[in-house]
Design a protein around this ligand. Structure first.
Ligand code: ACO
Length: 380
């Protein structure tokens, strides 16, 4: 076992095959089920993209209408879940989401049915209920009553409606819709891998999704957008950006929203978020956030030779901010999108399941004598 090779962080290790997304990290290319992310961002909706990911094909009009209507009727939460949210309202929104989804298992009629059809039904319910959980919690913690979902609104528009209590304009709803499309699926990222590990033991969909939510929370994965916005606020003015970046790098710190395990060129999703950040900033009369972000991007140019470019999270935080979304909801919004990819990964894992169980190389002491407790000495 001494010559056992170790692949820390599973870097570069291919663990299975997928038909869900294709990522070319050198070319900066991302396809969902063969369709380029740029086409989907321009022409699709989150609902249609989710159908595509789960069923492997673009829906016909009739199929999409049926799928969309199922999502719309599944948005309401059982009153018990609202009670739980009230009880834990002071927790981080990701913890509330994780707890609420875990509790939803108790109310799901299909919880123990792992058939494809039941998983689609559970996927629809979870995808529809994520925004209701996030918006209800955001209002409850502010001492307001949750706004019931509006079945006349699409998925993205309804979230903004439930959050703010008023219907969003079309541009805002479309901005969120595009953001949800862009974050929906991304191969074996950390949270999707967690989801697959849990699914691979033949646990249920809710268990797998709860694992995904837990993994997404960390700042090296889903938490980067929130950290980017905190950085932008700290920088304050475009003219401070260069010095801020230089100082941070000199101190060995990472600049959030840069670098990616797979992309060694610009993340293709960043293009659309950059455009939205610019447009939304101008529209809202707050161009300074975009200006600061561009200056940070310029200051980071020397790191391009190491393959460090902007990732999906660099511009998304400012889009959320301009949509009036509190910063600690940025990761839950990522989850509201990535639920689509997580369900895809569960479906794919169970198509041809194998338990995911890698090895660890033992590097500790061997064959120590067992010392009885009253003969052990305290370390000095
Ligand atoms: N700022 C400055 N330097 C960086 C950054 C960064 N954001 N990212 C990587 N580097 C440097 C590292 O210091 C390291 O330098 P070294 O070789 O001189 O030691 C080198 O680039 C390679 O970095 P690794 O951590 O080995 O790369 P890895 O593939 O393991 O990490 C990760 C990828 C975690 C995304 C990393 O780039 C990072 O921490 N980025 C900031 C957090 C972030 O934006 N996360 C969101 C990712 S996108 C997503 O999850 C949706």
């Amino acid at each position: 076992m001494a010559d056992q090779e170790v692949y820390r962080g599973l870097k570069g290790v291919t663990v299975d095959v997928t038909e869900a997304s294709f990522i070319d990290g050198e070319a900066g290319k991302l396809l969902y089920r063969g369709y380029n992310i740029h086409d989907l961002a321009e022409h699709s909706t989150f609902e249609e993209t989710t159908y595509l990911l789960w069923h492997g094909k673009l829906p016909t009009r009739r199929e999409l209408e049926h799928f969309d209507s199922q999502l719309r009727v599944s948005r309401t939460l059982p009153p018990e879940i609202l009670e739980i949210i009230r009880l834990i309202k002071s927790a981080h929104p990701m913890d509330v989401l994780r707890t609420a989804v875990s509790a939803l298992a108790a109310f799901d009629p299909d919880v123990n049915d792992n058939s494809f059809e039941a998983n689609i039904r559970k996927g629809i319910r979870l995808t529809a209920q994520f925004p209701t959980i996030v918006a209800a919690h955001a209002r409850i913690r502010e001492g307001k009553e949750p706004v019931p979902p509006n079945p006349n609104l699409g998925h993205a528009a309804n979230f903004l409606y439930m959050l703010h209590g008023k219907e969003p304009d079309e541009v805002s709803a479309r901005a969120l819709d595009v953001d949800l499309i862009l974050h929906a699926e991304h191969g074996s990222n950390a949270s999707a891998f967690s989801v697959r590990v849990t699914a691979s033991t033949l646990a249920d969909m809710h268990a797998a999704i709860v694992a995904g939510i837990g993994t997404l929370k960390g700042p090296l994965h889903g938490g980067a957008a929130e950290a980017v916005m905190a950085m932008v606020k700290e920088i304050g003015k475009p003219e401070n950006a260069e010095a801020y970046v230089k100082k941070a790098l000199a101190e060995g710190k990472r600049i959030m929203g840069f670098g990616h395990r797979v992309y060694k060129t610009e993340d293709p999703r960043a293009r659309h978020l950059r455009k939205l950040a610019k447009e939304m900033g101008e529209r809202m009369g707050q161009p300074e956030w975009y200006q600061i972000l561009t200056k940070v991007e310029e200051a980071m140019a020397p790191l391009r030779e190491k393959g460090i470019y902007v990732n999906v999270d660099f511009y998304s935080g400012s889009v959320y901010y301009l949509l009036g979304i509190p910063e600690d909801l940025f990761v839950p919004i990522f989850a509201m999108s990535r639920i689509s990819g997580w369900v895809t990964q569960v479906l794919e894992q169970w198509k041809d399941n194998v338990i995911i169980r890698p090895l660890l190389k033992y590097v500790g002491p061997m064959d120590l004598p067992y010392v009885p407790i009253d003969q052990r000495v305290e370390a000095a």
